[in-house]
Design a protein around this ligand. Structure first.
Ligand code: GAL
Length: 438
């Protein structure tokens, strides 16, 4: 399938969701007022006089923190007299940060810039009321030419750009410890049958087969999204978010049963561990496999761990489960000029090349120097071009926030309940509650 077609499918999904979001979302607010004052040139324009720049994110772990620091360093180089305030609220996938951000924004105390997933997640922040449209920066920086056309379409909400994309992440990756696999003559599983064979072999050796950490809840939703993709295929999975695939479909039952079985191979302390905490099992060779997004690659890099292998999650070969992080700029920021320069830096080649190799993601821009990236990221860049693209629900790309949260909560509960029928019924109900299923 051509890249144009793949994107077209992703975009048509975004448009369907947009229509639904508009129908179900809050009453429309007035159109945005004048665009913010901003300098017209690039990130390397004249240094600001000084002052602060407060950047808000949830990036505190390993490669996430290193990547952000990489971009801060690039900013500091261009604007040495600006003091950067790194406002972070820990919690993967923005578990805690999003609520704090909403409170700050709606309470009139916005940071100068903040992290938001590209796509409909921005609707959570009532952008026409609280955010500055970035359209004129997109034009002045020539971003309409360096970001893939359809990513631009995905970013547009209510006919404006509200955030600048800094990366593309892949969510459906199976990571494994190469030495553990080699010692036991194992290969990365391609199917669920393979997965359980490998898991049994590891279990027999006293190695945790399937490393898992679900302390924050969203991790379960993340892994299950890959099982849905692996069981229903790209089109079937996409259809779950557009109403084309019924949540009552027997394939969803099958996916829940598969996932339930996978959970019987996890480390017993999973409820006490975050994604990166669980990753320690892979590092010290006490665990075999983990399914996580490619921020795990950044985390391995930050730990100087290189003996890891990767493959698409079982059944996910040829499918790229995508998400993108982006930065927005609220209205009424305390440091307007510094904030504008930050947004420009985030979209620049220098900024993205400083950020992504450490973060464990590929650039949102199409012109980054591939030699800066490790072998995994170079392979991800190729897959991004060649694979069918599907949007991640756990990370804001497939559904608007209310539905994504309901899905995440349900799948967090499933880890302890294991109740397939009840879980499937509530997943189907969420689809109805959000106006997508009849
Ligand atoms: C995602 C985010 C990634 C990474 C991950 C784990 O939602 O897009 O950049 O931070 O959460 O925290």
């Amino acid at each position: 399938m051509s890249s144009k077609m793949r994107w077209a499918m992703l975009i048509s999904l975004a448009l369907v969701i947009l229509v639904i979001a508009t129908a179900c979302g809050p009453a429309p607010t007035p159109a945005p007022t004048a665009a913010p004052a901003m300098s017209s040139s690039s990130a390397a324009s004249k240094p600001a006089a000084g002052g602060k720049l407060e950047m808000f994110s949830w990036w505190t772990a390993g490669g996430e923190a290193d990547g952000l620091k990489g971009m801060f360093d690039a900013y500091k180089k261009a604007y040495p007299s600006v003091e950067i305030v790194n406002a972070t609220v820990a919690g993967g996938a923005g578990t805690n940060a999003k609520a704090v951000m909403t409170t700050r924004l709606f309470g009139g105390d916005p940071p100068d810039s903040f992290q938001v997933h590209a796509g409909l997640e921005v609707a959570t922040y009532t952008p026409d009321k609280y955010l500055q449209p970035l359209d004129s920066i997109f034009t002045s920086e020539g971003w309409d030419k360096v970001f893939p056309k359809d990513l631009l379409t995905l970013l547009k909400y209510q006919d404006h750009y509200w955030s600048v994309p800094v990366n593309i992440h892949r969510a459906n990756v199976l990571w494994y410890n190469k030495k553990v696999f080699a010692d036991n003559k194992l290969e990365a599983p391609k199917t669920y049958d393979d997965f359980f064979k490998v898991a049994d072999a590891l279990k027999a050796k006293g190695i945790v087969p399937f490393v898992f950490g679900d302390k924050e809840g969203w991790e379960s939703a993340h892994v299950f999204e890959t099982v849905l993709i692996g069981t229903l295929g790209a089109e079937g999975y996409r259809g779950l978010w557009t109403g084309k695939t019924a949540w009552t479909d027997p394939k969803v039952t099958e996916a829940l049963n598969t996932y339930k079985k996978m959970l019987t191979y996890t480390n017993t302390d999973h409820a006490a561990l975050t994604w990166d905490g669980a990753g320690e099992y892979l590092l010290n060779g006490k665990g075999g496999m983990q399914i996580m997004g490619d921020w795990q690659d950044g985390w391995f890099t930050s730990k100087k761990f290189t003996d890891y292998g990767w493959a698409a999650a079982p059944g996910n070969a040829g499918i790229f489960d995508a998400l993108s992080d982006s930065f927005a700029m609220p209205k009424g920021v305390k440091n307007q000029e510094n904030a504008t320069n930050w947004i420009k830096m985030a979209g620049s080649k220098a900024g993205q090349e400083a950020f992504n190799p450490k973060k464990g993601s590929i650039c949102a821009r199409t012109d980054c120097d591939q030699s800066l990236f490790n072998a995994y990221l170079q392979s991800a860049a190729k897959d991004w071009q060649a694979n069918a693209l599907v949007p991640s629900v756990a990370h804001g790309a497939a559904a608007f926030e209310k539905w994504a949260t309901a899905y995440k909560d349900t799948m967090a509960l499933f880890v302890t309940s294991g109740d397939v029928a009840k879980t499937q019924a509530s997943l189907a109900q969420h689809c109805k509650d959000n106006g997508v299923c009849k």
